[in-house]
Design a binder for this molecule. Structure first.
Ligand SMILES: Nc1ncnc2c1ncn2[C@@H]1O[C@H](COP(=O)(O)OP(=O)(O)O)[C@@H](O)[C@H]1O
Ligand SMILES: [Mg+2]
Length: 1107
């Protein structure tokens, strides 16, 4: 497997020694040799304790890959071979885990690799800190701020092709989890003189070259620029092209970066317009023009460039032109305008260009800060990365170098303070045994520069503010006076005679012995640069520009805000900002990267011993190692130390009751750390070797893991136990239910099986029993049958025998009787011959009669006269007797029946009898009348008031009162009449009112005629000559003909003692007045229903059709 071997210590596969502390013997040669050996093997990083020495390889090494990042991530500082990533990781982790703000101080000469180092630190932190869309955007913006600032603030110098011409301090802010929230960038003094003039072999700021190489034609045209570098006075012609640098592609990178950081399109546009304006300013040239007063006045040679600048920036051309020719000075509330000569005009032009550019740069930083500013107000942890311009020694060193080197002095100072001095002082304070180590303290140099009274900067300010003529020479003079005696100050004019003949030191220069070497500064320009003077006319002209960015860059140009107070000088501004920076750095935990340049040629693989030796010396690295070796790598107050490691010892875990120091003593004793490895100070424990600390850390980590495991174990145990108990409980419940269910099922099954078995057994038993019973029954039956047959046989035999016997006996008896009879008859024949036959016959007859009557008595029919039943006759010889007996019985029962009648009933029956005698078998109507009772008075004459008159007229008893139809003799039509029969008379009355129509005494009625058929017609014949007979006979029709005729007959009989003649014939004569008319009954059709119709056929014939 090609997997990288895992290193556990930097001692593994070490080239030379990775940590100078381990170097033996320790001297300058061995130190340099060690560095060289490592450098030759591509090991550019070496430790002095926790300080990283970085040697610029000047070529790209494959040690910054993402795999390397992963390798160093979360590893102990001394675990792997020295690397800038190890330092970054250490800083990031102690920021994240121990809540300590960090700062990374990168020092070294120009070109030693500081900027690269700062970028590596940032990219490492970006790679290991949190991830996520929001976090990534923050990271991206933080990283992309670099190309923008480098394009505007970096330039090629003789020392470095990408030299930072400004100081930069960047605070990266994190939240409690270690995710980046944003950042703040502070910039320090841009070397703006570079805008107008560059030393030989150097370039202006990158952005000018980038814009001309990279911008499209169209964009250039918009900015009124031409691609040719040589067109611009401000661009030094030599080395306009730098090897290995592609300005055009860098321009695209910058634009892209600006977009990512959050620049709006119009902002980018404005920025480039300002850049173009600065570039074009350099092309404005002046010519002298003599004036009347004999003084020269400057005039612009070619106004074309000016015009274009004004078009680009929206400045009024005349205003700007005037500002280049005149200068207004305000003194005692008076404005005095003076003309500028050519030199002054050039000075004004350059001042404007420098100011425009440096203010633009500051604006860029502010703008970037706005974008990368943390969005939350939560407490932040901060990691500061300081990448400041390195110590510089050029041929001509001016104010800028002075300032840069001052800054480096201060950084060295803080390094000394924090690592050497502070450390040693602490040992003494804490009462640790200590042998002092000599080192060079540069505080004295710092004092030379920044002392408020006698410092060089104070002198310069004093000189600048002094009234009267002030020049660089007067400044130098002053320095010579004040600083001449200072150890580190040298000048030809100084009182120190040893420099009087030093020809290497020109008169217009002074030299400072910096910690990193002697630097000779040209005094020329110090005053001007410190003053940083921009004529007010120019700033006002800028403020008037119709260009929001330019206007914003010159707020002091606003006439409303005129400030007569001089702005602070560049020197004092810088001093103040450096002081603030130092204060800031002191509050943070420092991490050092000390960059070393291996050669002056920017070449790879060359290791210049002398150059390196020089740097090692002034950086005080050897002393650093010595202090490190003599001292202790780590210290910590007892309380936090005990708090951090108390879990490593039983006595101190979880609580230590005594004083913290005693606790730590117990702890260290228990852990068996060798005594030479640590010392107890007054308030702190000092640990000599970092390895001891790492051992402690490892133990702690292990112990924490154990504790975590323990907690996890207990928790898991508890969780499992509760789960188990719950499961057990559930299991018991489930099991009980399941068992119950199973048992129930089993029981049911057993029960049903038992029932089946039982039923089978019962069935079987029953069948068996049945079989037995059946068998028994069959046996019984068989027995019975057999017995029966047997008994039958027996009985039959017996019967046969008995019958035989009886027959025999009977036969015997008969024979005997016959024999006796014969004997008797033989004997008595002579006596019986006369009477015996007769007597026997009578006796026998008597017996038979007796039997007949007794039987008749039993069989007598009912007493109803209409009962036709009569028992059959038993003997033929009784036939006549039987008939006679029947007749007698019938008569007798009729008598009996009649005896029950009342008189009235008797009358009715008499009438009925009479009717029978008269009409039976004579008139077809008769049988229908038998069942009808004779009522007589059908009309209630006495009751109905209508007939009251009729009633009154008839005083006799009414026998019949009934409505009849009187047939009209003329036409045969019928009219209703009331027919009344009294004792003596027959009356016909009107049906409606009862008026009597005719009255006939019964004696005058001679005959009544009627047909033999089923009709109700009858004629009442009257005696000829009687009173009634005048009108003729009556032809009437009635529903109760039989009754009427009968009653008429009976009444006539009882009154006249004569039998009324009743003629029954189908043809009879009726007297109509004088005529006799024949009434003939014929068989009629059924056309008119059952009612007979009567028709007069002719004078002699009246035909009645009977249906
Ligand atoms: N770690 C490195 N690996 C490769 N090249 C480097 C490294 N550090 C610096 N350099 C080279 O050295 C040059 C100068 O580095 P830089 O960081 O700009 O120096 P400084 O900021 O100290 O002036 C860079 O442009 C780069 O070419
Ligand atoms: Mg740099």
């Amino acid at each position: 497997m090609a997997k990288m071997e895992v290193k556990t210590s930097l001692l593994d596969d070490m080239i030379g020694v990775g940590d100078m502390v381990l170097l033996e013997p320790l001297n300058e040669d061995s130190f340099i040799n060690n560095l060289k050996k490592r450098f030759d093997h591509n090991e550019v990083y070496t430790y002095i304790g926790s300080v990283v020495i970085s040697i610029n390889p000047y070529r790209s090494l494959p040690i910054y890959t993402p795999e390397k990042v992963e390798e160093y991530r979360n590893r102990n500082f001394y675990e792997l071979s020295p690397h800038i990533f190890a330092l970054s990781d250490e800083a990031y982790r102690s920021l994240r885990d121990q809540d300590k703000d960090q700062c990374i101080l990168i020092t070294g000469e120009s070109g030693a690799g500081k900027t690269e180092a700062s970028k590596l630190v940032m990219s490492y932190v970006a790679a290991v800190c949190g991830k996520g869309a929001e976090v990534n955007q923050v990271k991206e913006q933080l990283l992309q701020s670099n190309p923008v600032l480098e394009a505007f603030g970096n330039a090629k110098t003789v020392r470095n092709d990408n030299s930072s011409r400004f100081g930069k301090y960047m605070d990266i802010e994190f939240d409690f989890k270690g995710d980046p929230l944003g950042g703040v960038i502070s910039n320090y003094l841009l070397e703006k003189s570079r805008v107008v003039k560059q030393p030989r072999g150097e370039r202006n700021f990158h952005i000018f070259y980038q814009i001309l190489s990279g911008a499209s034609e169209e964009f250039l045209c918009k900015l009124k620029l031409e691609r040719d570098f040589s067109r611009y006075n401000y661009l030094g012609l030599d080395s306009a092209k730098v090897n290995g640098v592609d300005d055009a592609s860098n321009f695209r990178t910058v634009r892209n970066a600006m977009q990512i950081v959050g620049f709006m399109d119009h902002e980018t546009q404005s920025v480039f317009e300002v850049v173009a304006a600065v570039l074009k300013l350099g092309n404005i040239e002046f010519k002298p023009e003599s004036r009347a007063n004999g003084l020269d006045e400057s005039k612009i040679k070619d106004k074309n460039e000016l015009k274009e600048i004004c078009e680009l920036t929206g400045i009024d051309q005349s205003v700007l032109e005037r500002a280049f020719s005149f200068r207004t000075v305000e003194a005692k509330q008076e404005k005095v305008s003076t003309t500028l000569n050519v030199a002054q005009a050039y000075y004004a032009r350059d001042a404007l260009a420098k100011n425009l550019y440096s203010r633009l740069f500051s604006w860029l930083v502010t703008r970037i800060n706005e974008s990368i500013k943390a969005q939350t107000k939560v407490r932040k942890k901060v990691m500061g990365v300081l990448d400041i311009y390195g110590f510089e020694i050029f041929e001509d060193n001016s104010f800028e170098q002075f300032i840069i080197n001052y800054c480096n002095e201060k950084l060295q100072q803080i390094f000394i303070e924090l690592t050497l001095k502070e450390e040693q002082e602490e040992y003494i304070r804490e009462g640790i045994e200590w042998t002092n180590i000599e080192y060079f303290n540069n505080a004295i140099i710092c004092d030379l520069i920044e002392n408020n009274q006698t410092g060089i900067l104070a002198m310069l300010d004093e000189e600048c503010l002094r009234p009267g003529t002030v020049t660089d020479d007067t400044f130098l003079e002053k320095l010579n006076q004040v600083c001449a005696t200072h150890q580190h100050f040298e000048s030809r004019m100084s009182k120190c005679s040893r420099f009087l003949n030093d020809t290497s030191l020109p008169h217009s220069c002074f030299r400072i012995q910096h910690y990193a070497g002697k630097v000779m500064y040209q005094v020329e320009g110090f005053v001007d640069k410190n003053n940083d003077l921009l004529y007010r006319d120019l700033s006002q002209a800028m403020w008037k520009a119709n260009h929001s960015l330019i206007k914003a860059l010159f707020p002091e140009g606003n006439p409303a805000k005129i400030n007569l107070k001089r702005p602070p000088t560049a020197g004092s501004q810088f001093k103040a900002s450096v002081a603030t920076l130092m204060k800031n750095l002191q509050t943070k935990n420092p991490n050092y990267i000390r960059c070393i340049k291996p050669n002056d040629k920017k070449a790879a693989h060359i290791f210049n011993d002398a150059l390196v030796c020089h740097q090692i010396r002034y950086l005080g690295l050897l002393e650093n190692v010595r202090v490190r070796r003599a001292g202790y790598a780590f210290r910590q107050a007892y309380e936090p130390c005990l708090e951090r490691y108390k879990m490593l010892c039983k006595q101190t875990w979880p609580h230590w009751r005594g004083p913290a120091r005693a606790g730590v003593e117990v702890l260290f004793d228990e852990l068996g750390i060798p005594e030479e490895e640590f010392s107890f100070g007054r308030s702190k424990i000092f640990i000599r070797n970092p390895r001891t600390l790492f051992k402690l850390e490892d133990l702690r980590k292990q112990r924490l893991e154990d504790l975590a495991t323990l907690i996890e174990k207990i928790y898991r145990g508890w969780k499992c136990r509760t789960r188990f108990l719950l499961m057990k409980k559930s299991q018991v419940v489930i099991a009980s239910w399941a068992r119950r269910y199973a048992q129930q099922k089993r029981y049911q099954k057993i029960k049903s099986s038992a029932i089946i078995v039982q039923s089978y057994i019962r069935g079987w038993k029953a069948r068996k029993l049945l079989r037995e019973l059946k068998h028994l029954k069959r046996c019984n039956e068989a027995v019975t049958i057999i017995a029966a047959y047997w008994h039958g046989t027996q009985a039959r035999r017996e019967l046969k025998r008995l019958k035989e016997e009886a027959r025999r006996k009977h036969a015997v008896a008969v024979i005997w009787a016959y024999w006796l009879g014969l004997k008797v008859r033989r004997e008595y024949r002579k006596f019986f011959r006369a009477n015996a036959g007769r007597k026997i016959y009578e006796f026998t007859l008597q017996r038979l009669m007796q039997k007949y009557f007794l039987e008749m008595k039993k069989k007598m029919p009912s007493l109803s006269p209409i009962d036709k039943n009569w028992p059959a006759r038993p003997y033929l010889f009784l036939d006549s007797t039987h008939k006679e007996l029947k007749r007698i019985f019938h008569l007798w029962r009729c008598k009996k029946y009649r005896d029950q009648f009342t008189d009235q009933q008797k009358l009715i029956y008499e009438e009925k009898l009479e009717a029978s005698e008269l009409f039976k078998d004579k008139k077809a109507l008769y049988p229908a009348s038998v069942g009808q009772p004779f009522q007589g008075a059908y009309l209630e004459i006495s009751e109905n008031p209508k007939y009251k008159k009729l009633k009154d007229a008839v005083d006799e008893k009414i026998i019949i009162a009934e409505v009849v139809n009187k047939i009209n003799r003329a036409n045969g039509k019928a009219t209703s009449r009331i027919f009344l029969l009294t004792k003596n008379n027959v009356l016909l009355a009107d049906q409606k009112n009862g008026t009597i129509k005719s009255e006939v005494p019964l004696g005058d009625v001679t005959k009544v005629s009627m047909s033999s058929q089923n009709d109700g017609f009858f004629a009442v014949h009257l005696k000829e000559g009687s009173e009634a007979a005048t009108k003729g006979d009556f032809l009437l029709s009635s529903d109760h003909l039989i009754e009427m005729a009968t009653k008429l007959y009976r009444t006539t009989l009882s009154q006249t003692k004569q039998k009324l003649n009743i003629e029954i014939s189908d043809e009879f004569l009726v007297q109509f007045k004088q005529d006799k008319v024949c009434v003939k009954f014929i068989q009629g059709s059924q056309k008119n229903g059952n009612i007979p119709t009567c028709k007069r056929k002719n004078n002699r014939l009246l035909e009645v059709a009977v249906p």
